[in-house]
Design a protein around this ligand. Structure first.
Ligand code: HEM
Length: 442
């Protein structure tokens, strides 16, 4: 087999095994060294996947995600509890099942639809911000995560949900993520689950969450008044082929996946953004003068605010690495590889490569603007929301939400650094480990 295919140069099985401890301990540090060594694309071995290709080459990533996307599928979900609870939802399904779901759900995220949610989003942000703590040593990550979660909950269910219910849901997601992280990084722990019972406990908790959502959906079905939320839109959506709506269980899975995919990504990005802005005097000043002359409602259309968000996601892309599996043998740029090969697209590396970005590690929102000061639509080598047909369905929503949040926070508070640099914590998403900032009312 090794003669038939021409994998990129890389590490042998033994070298990969030796490197695996470093990879688990400091994935970004490890991958950055390998990328340097092998000029942006290399092959290695992973115990559960065999020979894999890791690349930060923009053309290769584009080929896999966009040009030849029909030859690639998402990797199988390893974590059983997630597969059981959420595995049939948009984020994880493949091919025809995916296409059908995407067509059904996408209209709820078109510009015109999400515009209808703005009032809810803005009032949620303002309510949350009014309760922000102030002081010299505030970790803003939990605040941003909770804020993003509340925005999504209220956009999905525009009802008076009790804070106890919201907290229970929030806690379930925090625990699920902690479990998944351990499960992925230390797969050998799976052998212990029958003894520790932790997987069983989580499945029980998630069965309870699904019951809670079933209750909300049942109440909504019996209620004839419009609520102007995503639940209404999803309940009214019809499959093109059958003219029917989603089954109850499918709907619950989709509601959960929107919460799952939409809150941690946005919460992490916002935390990085607060840190970056607070650490950069020029950007801070320019943002303040932009905010002075822009209404909160108009902030998603402001070029400078969008450039700041884009630049934050360039440096800290939430989905910092992604995986696709080849369905048939394939080749790209002189390499060839068999069906079943995993291609790991290292977006973080691409976004920080000096081959693509001048002074790549500097925070410079201007690079996203044309000389006339509007958003440059021709930016390349930039994939914070993925690419091709499986690009993030919630990107417009996320961009608008983040613009609103930045406007509201900087209008209300003075944010400054404490000198502490947040540590990158690349789990399933690229989280910051503590973003300690000073928050004072303006
Ligand atoms: C800063 C915020 C966000 C970032 C950086 C982000 C990033 C991404 C990326 C990179 C993908 C593609 C993954 C792949 O190719 O395998 C994706 C998919 C997805 N995202 Fe987001 N996302 C964000 C916010 C949201 C929000 C707010 C929602 C929903 C409310 C959402 C829902 C989804 C869903 C459902 C998918 C799967 C789409 C499909 O496979 O068709 N995301 N996201």
């Amino acid at each position: 087999m090794s003669n038939k295919y021409h994998f990129p140069a890389g590490n042998t099985m033994l070298q990969s095994l030796a490197g695996s401890f470093k990879l688990i301990k400091d994935p970004i540090g490890y991958l950055s060294i390998e990328m340097e060594k092998f000029s942006g694309t290399y092959s290695g071995f992973m115990p559960d996947k065999g020979r894999v290709i890791v690349t930060q080459n923009s053309d290769f990533v584009n080929y896999v995600l966009r040009e030849n996307h029909t030859n690639y599928k998402k990797a199988k979900l390893d974590t059983d509890v997630v597969a059981k609870q959420l595995g049939t939802s948009l984020l994880f399904v493949n091919r025809d099942d995916w296409r059908r779901q995407r067509r059904l759900i996408q209209p709820a995220f078109h510009h015109a639809s999400i515009h209808k949610l703005y009032e809810t989003v803005i009032s949620t942000i303002n309510t949350q911000i009014a309760n922000f703590p102030q002081g010299e040593q505030i970790d803003v990550y939990p605040l941003m995560r909770k804020l993003s979660f509340s925005v999504l909950i209220n956009s999905l269910f525009n009802i008076d949900m009790s804070s106890q219910m919201t907290d229970e849901l929030f806690r379930a997601f925090v625990e699920l993520q902690a479990f998944m992280t351990k499960d992925v990084l230390q797969p050998f722990r799976r052998l212990l689950y029958p003894l520790t019972g932790e997987e069983k406990k989580l499945i029980k908790q998630w069965d309870g969450i699904r019951d809670m959502l079933r209750g909300i959906v049942a109440l909504r079905r019996a209620d004839e008044t419009g609520h102007n939320d995503l639940l209404d839109m999803l309940l009214n959506a019809r499959y093109e082929d059958t003219g029917q709506g989603m089954s109850e269980e499918q709907l619950i899975s989709e509601l959960l996946i929107l919460l799952f995919a939409g809150h941690e990504t946005t919460g992490s990005t916002l935390s990085w953004l607060l840190y970056l802005i607070a650490s950069n005097h020029q950007v801070y000043e320019k943002l303040m003068s932009t905010i002075e002359k822009t209404d909160m409602l108009d902030s998603p259309r402001d070029s400078y605010i969008n450039a700041i968000i884009n630049e934050g996601m360039r440096l800290y892309p939430s989905v910092w690495i992604n995986e696709r599996v080849a369905l048939q043998d394939d080749q790209f740029g002189g390499f060839s590889f068999p069906a079943g090969t995993s291609i790991l697209t290292y977006i973080y590396g691409m976004h920080r490569s000096e081959s693509y970005w001048e002074n790549a590690s500097a925070f410079n929102p201007e690079r996203f603007l044309t000389p006339e000061g509007v958003i440059d639509k021709n930016i390349k080598n930039y994939f914070p929301f993925g690419a091709g047909p499986r690009m993030c369905v919630g990107n417009n929503f996320a961009m608008a939400e983040m613009a609103f949040v930045l406007h509201a926070i900087f209008k209300t508070f003075h944010i400054s650094t404490t000198g502490a640099t947040p540590k990158e914590w690349p789990l399933l998403t690229l989280r910051p480990h503590e973003v300690i900032l000073e928050i004072k009312k303006r």
